[in-house]
Ligand binder design. Structure first.
Ligand SMILES: *Cc1c(COP(=O)(O)O)cnc(C)c1O
Length: 410
């Protein structure tokens, strides 16, 4: 384990170890050199990962790719959006999300977000015009926006919804798995997410045309698409028909996953339920402690939502910009790194740093939220004493700042 920031607090940066079961498979792959997903006639680790992931999510098709960003890009391409189509995305997301829209030759339109990190539905409804060809909902840090309202508005206009569930694997909405509500769901296997391959991503859908188009464009050249099958394992049926329609008609963007990465992810799927349970328990434990501070507010989830967090977000209340900065310093000197999204130079989650987008008009809710919203990693492996350390450091840091402020005011 690498040393924590100043040696005081728990290490929140390392992931969990990869299950031992991965080793034998990696050894086998190293022995045979069979690292490319399309070399083996069948049952390549990537293909097995796709089937296992689709079955776990209860969908027909999964396509594993190089990253969630690649999955988002392919989603927009698979939807066949003409150049310059507007795509709504929340203003609170990771810079890779508007980037994937730009990469797909579309135009991102940012929707305002409220201080509970969820989409402002009034702004969403206002921006959902006839020029919008698709919507990407980023369940940012696992916070779920009102999917009932979003789906009702989008379905009424026939606008496809892509769920960016990169950091939301295991989250439920009315008991339904996040990523299966929209037409397409995208997930990440980057090391900070629930399943860790270092890099990687997966796209899921029940739509055979979307699946076929995404598979081909991900780099299934010639007849490699025949290695993508229906849930029951054959390759005749609606998926094969869709491949027939799209053969030789689409560009190949070659953003595939390697067998090595799949071998690292597959044994983690069995760990997921435990990770989700532990993550939620840890999060709620720390949230209850933080909410006892008069200077801290952890927004509640929406009623239909069951979260799967591996980090915690909370808002500072009644603090100035200077106090907010002093709070970050105080937490750090107590051994806990806290990032205020909008106060860190060049933060990739602050929309004003996405200068490649041009002017997006005012986004007052998101702006205000980013200036007070704190982010702390809470890996699911933390123990209760470690959680206590983190929660106590944060609560004390806020008290440090506010007691100094009240003394100064006297
Ligand atoms: C991590 C993340 C991404 C990007 O995932 P990559 O696999 O690194 O491309 C996109 N959106 C959200 C909400 C994320 O958390």
């Amino acid at each position: 384990m690498s040393a924590p920031a100043n040696g005081l607090g728990p290490n929140v940066y390392d992931a969990e170890p990869i299950p031992d079961a991965a080793r034998a498979e990696i050894d086998r792959l190293l022995q045979s050199g069979d690292l490319f997903r399309y070399t083996a006639p069948q049952d390549a680790p990537v293909a097995l990962l796709e089937r296992e992931f689709a079955d776990m999510m209860g969908v027909k098709y999964a396509l594993a790719v190089a990253s969630c960003s690649a999955a988002l890009f392919l989603s927009l391409k698979a939807l066949g959006l003409p150049r310059d189509t507007k795509v709504l995305i929340p203003a609170f997301t990771f810079a890779a999300v508007p980037s994937s829209v730009v990469h797909a030759d579309c135009v991102p339109v940012l929707v305002d977000v409220m201080d509970n990190y969820r989409i402002d539905m009034a702004d969403f409804a206002a921006k959902l015009t006839d020029e919008v060809g698709a919507v990407i909902i980023s369940h940012m840090r696992g916070h779920t926006s009102d999917m009932d309202a979003i789906m009702a508005l989008c379905d009424a206009r026939g606008i496809p919804v892509v769920e960016d569930a990169a950091h939301s694997l295991g989250t439920l909405w009315h008991g339904q798995k996040i990523g299966t509500i929209g037409k397409i769901g995208c997930f990440s296997f980057q090391s900070y997410k629930m399943l860790n391959a270092g890099e990687g991503g997966v796209l899921i859908t029940n739509d055979p045309d979307v699946a076929a188009r995404a598979v081909i464009m991900s780099g299934a050249y010639e007849h490699n698409w025949k290695k993508h099958k229906e849930p029951h394992g054959d390759n005749t049926g609606e998926l094969a028909e869709a491949f027939g329609r799209w053969q030789n008609k689409l560009p190949l963007y070659n953003t595939r996953l390697s067998n090595l990465s799949a071998a690292v992810v597959r044994p983690q799927i069995g760990e997921l339920d435990r990770r989700v349970t532990d993550g939620l328990r840890n999060h709620d434990y720390v949230a209850a402690k933080l909410n006892q501070s008069p200077w801290i507010d952890v927004p509640a989830p929406l009623a239909p939502e069951t979260r799967a967090p591996d980090s915690i977000q909370f808002n500072l209340t009644g603090m100035t910009d200077d106090e907010t900065r002093a709070f970050m310093d105080a937490a750090k000197s107590r051994g806990v790194g806290v990032q205020v999204f909008g106060m860190h130079e060049d933060n990739a989650r602050a929309f004003w740093n996405w200068e490649f987008l041009g002017d997006q008009g005012p986004l007052p809710g998101t702006k205000a939220m980013l200036m007070r919203a704190c982010d702390t990693r809470l890996p699911v492996r933390l123990t209760t004493p470690e959680l206590d350390f983190i929660a106590d450091a944060i609560v004390s840091a806020a008290a440090d700042v506010k007691s100094t402020a009240s003394v100064a005011a006297e």
